[in-house]
Ligand binder design. Structure first.
Ligand code: UT7
Length: 339
C-alpha cells in the first residue's frame, strides 16, 4: 500500500524491577550451578518483581517512558496492545489496565498472546492499522512477569526466566523508513513443547510436571532449542528477501533473548559477525515478550543505531510462534523530540 508514508518507531521505553536474582541465589534453590547456567544459557542474573506487585506496573512504566520519548500525550494514543502471557487478569486485559493508568481515554486496548514472539507480532498488527489510516498512534508493549509462572522447583526452566517490560510508540514516519518488511508464523502442532495451562489440564501435559503442578510453565527445552535456531535464521532471511536486501545491508539483528547458544548458532548460520547481533540476556535472562523491546531500547540509548541503519527484530517462542520485522531506522524522530 503506497500512501506516502511508512510506519516506524517514534518512542521507546523500558522497565525492569530492582530485585536481582543471581545464579548463586538459584544454587540455593535447586540442584544447579553458576557454571552450568552460564555455559548452557549465557545467563548470569535476572530481575524479579516484588511479591504482590502486579506485572501491569511494569507495562505502565515502560509505556509512560515511551510516550515521553515520542513526545506525545496519552490522549493522542489510538491503540494499546500488550503482548503478554502473564496478564494480571484475563479480563480486564493488561492493555485495559495500562489504558486506565495512563488515562489514554481514546485508545482501544487488547492483549496479544504470542508468547516470546508477542512484541514482534504486535508491531505487525499495529502497522496494519496505521498503514490503512484507521489509527494514527499505537502504543505497543511487551510485558511478562514470568517469575509468577515458573516452577521454582524445576531447574529445567526456573534458571531461564526473568521479569520486565519494553514499549514502543508506532506512528507514520518518512516514506522509505520504518518497517520495510515483516513475517509472522506459527507451528501449532509443536505447541505442547511449551505450555502454561489456564482452564484445561491435559493428562499428558500434567504428567510431565513436578508434583503435577498445574499453574506453571513446562518446556521441552531441547526441541524448542532446535526450532528456535531454525526459525531465527529463516525469518531473518525472509524479511531480508522481502526488502530486497542481503546480510551486508543489515547493521544489527536484535533477537529474542532465550539462550546465548541459540543466538550464536543462528548468527553463525546467517554468517553475521557476533558484534552485529545484540545480546543482553546475561543481565535479564528470558523476559519473554519483553526481551526484544528492552534490547532495542538499550541499543538505541547506547547510540549503537544510526539513522538509515537496517535492523532486524526477530522472535520465537511458545505457540510455537515466530516473527521478524526489518526496520530502516529513522533516528531523527527521536533525537528531535528528545531535544
Ligand atoms: O523463550 C521461549 C523459547 N525458549 C527457548 O528457546 C529455550 C530453548 N532451550 C534451551 O535454551 C535449552 O534447551 C535449555 C537451556 C533449556 C537446556 O539446555 P540443554 O543444553 O538443552 O540441556 P538439556 O535439556 O539437554 O539437559 C542436559 C542435562 C540434563 O541432565 P542429564 O539428563 O543429562 O543428566 C538436565 O537434567 O542438564 C540437566 N539440567 C541442568 N543441570 C544443572 C537441566 N537444567 C539444569 C540446570 N542445572 N539448571
Amino acid at each position: 500500500m503506497d500512501n506516502g508514508f511508512s510506519v516506524g518507531i517514534i518512542g521507546l521505553g523500558m522497565f525492569v524491577p530492582d530485585n536481582v536474582l543471581t545464579n548463586k541465589d538459584l544454587e540455593k534453590m535447586v540442584d544447579t550451578s553458576n557454571e552450568w547456567i552460564i555455559k548452557r544459557t549465557g545467563i548470569s542474573e535476572r530481575r524479579v518483581l516484588e511479591k504482590g506487585r502486579p506485572s501491569s506496573d511494569m507495562a505502565y512504566i515502560a509505556a509512560k517512558k515511551a510516550l515521553e520519548d515520542a513526545n506525545i500525550l496519552p490522549e493522542d494514543v489510538d491503540l494499546i496492545i500488550v503482548a503478554t502471557i502473564t496478564p494480571d487478569y484475563l479480563t480486564p486485559s493488561m492493555a485495559c489496565i495500562v489504558q486506565d493508568k495512563l488515562n489514554a481515554k481514546k485508545a482501544a486496548a487488547f492483549d496479544l498472546n504470542a508468547a516470546c514472539t508477542g512484541f514482534v507480532y504486535s508491531m505487525t498488527v499495529a502497522e496494519q492499522f496505521i498503514k490503512t489510516g484507521y489509527y494514527k498512534n499505537a502504543l505497543i508493549i511487551g510485558c511478562d512477569g514470568l517469575s509468577k509462572a515458573v516452577d521454582w522447583e524445576d531447574r529445567n526452566t526456573c534458571v531461564l526466566f526473568g521479569d520486565g517490560a519494553g514499549a514502543a510508540v508506532l506512528s507514520a514516519v518518512e516514506d522509505g523508513y520504518g518497517i520495510r518488511a515483516s513475517k509472522t508464523g506459527a507451528e501449532g502442532g509443536m505447541g505442547k513443547l511449551l505450555t502454561l495451562p489456564c482452564y484445561h489440564f491435559d493428562e499428558v501435559d500434567m504428567e510431565k510436571r513436578i508434583h503435577q503442578n498445574k499453574r506453571v510453565i513446562w518446556m521441552g527445552g531441547n526441541e524448542v532449542f532446535k526450532f528456535a535456531v531454525k526459525v531465527m535464521e529463516q525469518s531473518t532471511i525472509d524479511v531480508m528477501n522481502q526488502a530486497g536486501l542481503c546480510m551486508d545491508d543489515i547493521s544489527l539483528i536484535i533477537p529474542h533473548q532465550a539462550n546465548k547458544r541459540i543466538i550464536d548458532g543462528a548468527a553463525k548460520r546467517l554468517k553475521i559477525s557476533n558484534d552485529r547481533v545484540i545480546e543482553n540476556l546475561s543481565r535479564y535472562g528470558n523476559t519473554s515478550a519483553a526481551t526484544i523491546p528492552i534490547a532495542l531500547y538499550e541499543t538505541y540509548k547506547a547510540n549503537k543505531i544510526k539513522n538509515g541503519d537496517n535492523i532486524v527484530l526477530v522472535g520465537f517462542g511458545g505457540g510455537l510462534t515466530w516473527a521478524a520485522v526489518l526496520i530502516k531506522w529513522n533516528k531523527k524522530d527521536l533525537e528531535d523530540k528528545n531535544e
